[in-house]
Structure formats: C-alpha cells, structure tokens
Design a protein around this ligand. Structure first.
Ligand SMILES: *Cc1c(COP(=O)(O)O)cnc(C)c1O
Length: 354
C-alpha cells in the first residue's frame, strides 16, 4: 500500500519516457556547471551559488526574497506552515497537488484543512471561490489561504488565463486571505501564454518554481515571497530538516536550467500537440487538447484500463502514467524529441490493436 509502483521484472529498456518530466537526466552541460559551482554552507547563508539562485529567482518572480528547498512538495508544505495555523482552512481546487498528492501534509504538519473547489481544467473562478467564503464566526474555521496551481497538473496541464487568475487572487485578498501559487510548472505556463513570470504571479503572496520538472535539474525548488515571509519560511525549512550544506552544487544546476531550459519548453509543448494529434487517430483513444507539456488521454473505449494500457506500452519500451481508471497521462520534456513522439504513437497504436 505504501510501496512505490511495482516494476515488472525483465522489461526491455525504456525507449520513450513519457512518464513524467521529473525523469529527465542532467545533461553534460548541466553536470559541468555543477562541477564548477562555488560552494559554502547554505544553512549559514554562506553558499554564493545558492544566494545567486535565490536572488535571481526573487527578481524573476518580482518578489523581495527567496529560499532554496529540496523539492516542490517541501515548498508547498513550508508555505502552508508559514501562512496558516492549526485549524485554518485552505481553499484549493479539489484536484490540486496539495490535496491529492502530498500525503495529507497540510493536515499532518500544519493541522490545516483543505476544502476542494470545483471547476473545469483544475481551475475555479472568482464566483466559485466567493461561494466558499464563510461568515467569520467563532464556529467557522478561520479561512486563511487560497492556493492555485499554474499549470494545473490534473487539470490537463492547463494554464489559468491571467484575468481569471487575478480575479480569484483579488477575491481572496478581499476576504483577508493570503494567496499561494504552486508553480511546479509555472514556466511552462509563462512560455505557453507569453506572459512574463513576474506579471503572472504579481498577486501571489508566495510562489515557487520546481527545477526538477521541465527545467531538467536533479533536485531543488525555490519559494519566493516578501522578506518577512521568507524569513519565517526559513525557520520551517530548518525545523523540517530541509536546510542544506554545500547545496551550491544543486543550485548551479538550477541556474543552468534558468539559462538554457526555459525557452525550449515551447518544443515540449509542440511535441505534446503532435502526440495528441497522433493518438487522436487511434480508435478508442480520446486525447484532451494539450496546452503545455501534459497530454491526458481517455482510453475507456479501448476496453483497457489506463494501468493495463500503460503496462503493455511499457513492455514495448514506452513509459506512460495512469492518472485514473481510464485516464492515461503522457508528459513531454527535454529527453523526448519529435522522433520519440512518432515512435510512441506507433507503439501505442500496436498496443491498442492487440
Ligand atoms: C510535481 C508537483 C509537485 C511536487 O513537486 P516535487 O518537486 O516533486 O516535490 C507539486 N505540485 C505540482 C502541481 C506538481 O506537479
């Protein structure tokens, strides 16, 4: 029950890995940058490469300060711990990562409850948000935080349009709630929408970016906010054991990713569209129209579950993920090129024909 996914013995090597953009390997250029990184003791604020990354991220997001953390999950949990108190209520989409995929962390660590809001594509609008506001009585849980995901992962990698996003964040502030953005794939959203990051997150009190998704670094995520917020977040980083030592080795990979791996996200988006077009030709598969690098495919009409389809494709060298009984996810990233997309379509066609 708590085990990682079962791996069948004797499988052939993976030829096209569409499982997740987390599975990219650092490139030779990135490894070189890591090897040459100047380092110190990050916990003491003494690592110049970590400092450079935090300064650069704060500037990119238009925030005062930033803190380097090992993962995106830790960014969300540190942010929730910093914004909320035990008993508080967080409003987020019901498919959000903080609600579905962080081991109940908000409840376990902060003692906060999350109420899931509805809406298409992993997004909710300002009216839906306002309808969830409670009267501020002594009976009601204090509602302190609104969380949005850009891009919305289980929402199909969708991008919140800027006006819809800002209307939601304004409504939150109007109700004296703080705003937090899970920006695991924020740069995918910025590249797809052609909106600079600082403009996209202007109304977010806190926001983080993952370096291990489309940006291709081996670990690390950076949480941004006001100097006061980041100061308080640092204490939670320390308490959770997330403070590090010669982390400049990892920060160097993130700096390299900022320089080399953002504009190219457009290629991943083009590959995702090509994949969806190819899969739409296969009887029984209904892909959702991708906006960024995630392609969700309804496979119900094939008679196979997503898990079965994924297992069969894996035996033929193509790795997919199952995100629901009949919902397959394919994710494009810097280790998959246009030829890989063609190969994946051919393999999946054979799997469905079997
Ligand atoms: C991957 C992901 C996370 C968690 O990031 P990790 O770095 O894997 O801990 C959080 N939110 C979303 C939307 C994600 O896709």
């Amino acid at each position: 029950m708590y085990a990682p996914p079962h791996i069948e013995p004797g499988l052939p090597p993976v030829r096209v890995n569409l499982y997740s953009d987390t599975q990219t390997r650092p490139t030779p250029g990135m490894k070189q940058a890591m090897m040459e990184a100047e380092v110190g003791d990050e916990q003491y604020g003494d690592d110049p490469t970590v400092d450079a990354l935090c300064e650069r991220m704060a500037a990119l997001m238009g925030k005062e300060a930033a803190v380097f953390l090992p993962s995106g999950t830790m960014c969300n949990q540190v942010a929730i711990l910093t914004h909320c108190r035990p008993g508080d209520e967080i409003l987020a989409h019901r498919t959000s990562h903080i609600l579905t995929s962080e081991g109940g962390g908000a409840a376990a660590l902060t003692g906060a409850q999350i109420t899931g809001l509805d809406g298409p594509q992993g997004q909710f609008d300002a009216d839906t948000l306002r309808a969830a506001f409670r009267l501020r009585t002594r009976y009601a849980p204090p509602q302190t935080l609104v969380e949005v995901e850009q891009t919305a992962n289980l929402g199909g990698g969708s991008v919140w349009p800027l006006d819809k996003l800002n209307a939601v964040l304004d409504a939150a502030h109007g109700n004296d709630m703080a705003t937090h953005m899970d920006g695991a794939r924020l740069m995918n959203a910025c590249v797809a929408a052609g909106v600079p990051a600082a403009e996209m997150v202007a109304k977010c009190d806190s926001v983080w970016l993952d370096f291990t998704k489309g940006l291709g670094a081996p670990l690390g995520a950076v949480l941004c906010g006001t100097s006061d917020f980041i100061g308080r977040a640092w204490r939670w980083k320390q308490r959770l054991g997330g403070s590090m030592r010669q982390a400049g080795i990892c920060a160097a990979a993130c700096l390299y990713a900022l320089d080399h791996n953002i504009e190219r996200l457009a290629e991943d988006h083009a590959n995702a569209r090509a994949l969806a077009r190819g899969l739409a030709q296969i009887e029984g598969l209904v892909p959702e129209e991708p906006v960024t690098n995630l392609v969700f495919i309804d496979c119900k009409a094939t008679g196979m579950t997503a898990d079965e389809l994924g297992k069969r494709a894996r035996r033929m060298g193509v790795k997919l993920s199952a995100m629901g009984t009949y919902r397959v996810r394919a994710c494009t990233h810097l280790d998959v090129d246009a030829a890989g997309i063609e190969e994946a379509v051919q393999v999946i066609r054979k799997v469905v024909a079997q």
